[in-house]
Design a protein around this ligand. Structure first.
Ligand SMILES: [Zn+2]
Length: 178
């Protein structure tokens, strides 16, 4: 951060009374600008024994596959954001089953929250951020072409749990060893 969003003057990192870490403080109006992690919400959409993935049309990791997910918007619940992201990226309607992945990426200050969701009907197409949208069976997952480890983590656990008839929450932090 370089400039104050309140008055447009330069900011600088400064100690703040009663706070353990330095914050960007405006040199002119003294506004303290707190920066906190972003929430990325998404769904792993399921149809019969297959899962729906999107091939990204945008950077980062353009051309690689991903569980549909994106930044939560103000005024949205996590579930609403997750459902919206599936609609935007895959033009598909889903019904949420349960929260399945919490994935911390402290290096870039993001938290992924991924749900397992059922496709309401097997109808989908490319949203503006997708090159391709496709249903995959477990044997056909393009493991070497996944965009983000959060997606790989979600998928590995989904298939492992499904064999045991389970759907449960898994938590991890980047980097993850598979
Ligand atoms: Zn200011």
């Amino acid at each position: 951060m370089k400039y104050c969003s309140n008055c447009g003057q330069p900011v600088s990192l400064q100690p703040v009374e009663g706070d353990e870490r330095e914050r960007f403080v405006c040199n002119a109006c003294n506004t303290i600008h707190y920066e906190n992690p972003k929430v990325v919400a998404g769904c792993l959409p399921i149809w019969e024994d297959k899962v729906l993935l999107c091939r990204r049309a945008i950077e980062p990791r353009s051309g690689l596959w991903n569980v549909p997910a994106g930044y939560l918007e103000n005024g949205e619940t996590i579930e609403e954001g997750a459902i919206r992201e599936v609609w935007e990226e895959a033009c598909a309607k889903v019904s949420v089953v349960g929260l399945q992945t919490i994935y911390n990426i402290t290096r870039i200050n993001q938290v992924y929250l991924l749900y397992v969701a059922e496709l309401i009907e097997p109808t989908f197409s490319c949203g503006i951020e997708s090159l391709e949208v496709k249903l995959f069976s477990e044997a056909d997952i393009p493991w070497d072409e996944m965009a983000f480890t959060s997606s790989t983590f979600c998928l590995k656990h989904y298939f492992e749990d499904r064999k045991k008839g389970l759907l449960q929450l898994h938590t991890a932090s980047y980097p993850t060893v598979f």
